[in-house]
Design a protein around this ligand. Structure first.
Ligand code: HEC
Length: 277
């Protein structure tokens, strides 16, 4: 399954039927005590075709389609490896961008390209980052496409530029920062080996293995939600569990946390978009 998972039209079509099935099962599974069994079964069924492939295919189309007031596609977007280079770009993000004068993660950079190349306003470029029922998100689709372009590539996030170092240190600080009604930090749940909450294993994100396994598998098609979710969405879920206020979409706070997690995953082979519970 880790070998060649690049999608083909045929695979995309084949998994279209599976998506409908999984969505139905997901709805049913929510109030079913055998959720884990059900999901294990369907996971096996879908082993040959992750529905996320559909998001990747749709994202590629959006990426290449002229849009916005300037009627430009995103094909000249510089994700750090030069204009138009998508292969392997995600495995090196976040990084410092001289043209913007700051460290950006994929989603900030995507918004930047939509503003500078396509002429959207920042508000337009950041609208609807997470899909909801009947309201698909272009951002999630394009993120699925771009991350998929790094599949099989080793994570290689650098801390060369002083800004990269500063942003990493900020992310590290946030990871340990306690607050909210429960006085939790990320570290409360994610800095210990073998910790569990309900039935879920909590990865130790301070260790190579834990950070790699977690970071290299997002975005993920969430069987329980019938949607592809981004790392940013996962972080929102965790911040909610922490009873922290939700940061604005695409904010520097999220980039700092992402920098910390991505760098800690260095050396791991990127393998997303994946499929998760
Ligand atoms: C109250 C406990 C708790 C806190 C605090 C918390 N998380 Fe989580 N986190 C979870 C749970 C539960 C999961 C889901 C694990 C699963 O699905 O197996 C998770 C999953 C994750 C994942 C994905 C792991 C994977 O392998 O897919 C990442 C990354 C993550 N958290 C980062 C963070 C960060 C960064 C913070 C701080 C902003 C944070 N978490 C705070 C409980 C927490």
């Amino acid at each position: 399954m880790t070998t060649n998972r690049r999608y083909t039209r045929r695979a995309a079509l084949a998994s279209a039927a599976a998506v409908a099935l999984v969505a139905a099962v997901a709805a049913h599974a929510q109030n079913d005590s055998n959720t884990a069994d059900e999901i294990a079964k369907y996971r096996q069924m879908l082993a040959e075709g992750n529905p996320a492939e559909l998001w990747e295919a749709a994202g590629e189309e959006l990426w290449k389609k002229p849009a916005g007031p300037k009627k430009a596609s995103l094909e000249r977007c510089d994700l750090g490896k030069g204009p138009g280079v998508t292969k392997g770009a995600y495995a090196e993000l976040p990084r410092y961008f001289a043209d913007a004068g700051k460290v950006m993660d994929l989603e900030q950079r995507l918004a930047w390209c939509r503003v500078t190349l396509q002429g959207l306003t920042e508000a337009q470029a950041k609208a609807n980052p997470f899909s909801s029922q009947g309201k698909p998100s272009d951002i999630e689709r394009m993120v699925a496409y771009i991350t998929g372009e790094s599949r099989g590539v080793k994570m290689n996030v650098r801390l060369d530029h002083p800004e990269e170092k500063r942003v990493y240190a900020l992310g590290e600080k946030m990871f340990h920062y306690r607050g909210g009604a429960y006085d939790f930090a990320c570290a409360t749940c994610h800095a210990v080996d073998g910790q569990r909450i309900r039935l879920q294993d909590l990865p130790n994100l301070l260790k190579d293995k834990g950070a790699q396994a977690a970071y290299t598998t997002w975005p993920a098609y969430r069987v329980s939600q019938g949607e592809v979710r981004t790392m940013q969405h996962r972080l929102y879920d965790c911040l909610r569990q922490q009873r922290f206020p939700e940061p604005a979409y695409g904010s520097d706070v999220i980039t700092a946390l992402t920098m910390f997690l991505a760098r800690n995953a260095n050396g791991g082979t990127y393998d997303g978009p994946s499929m998760k519970r």
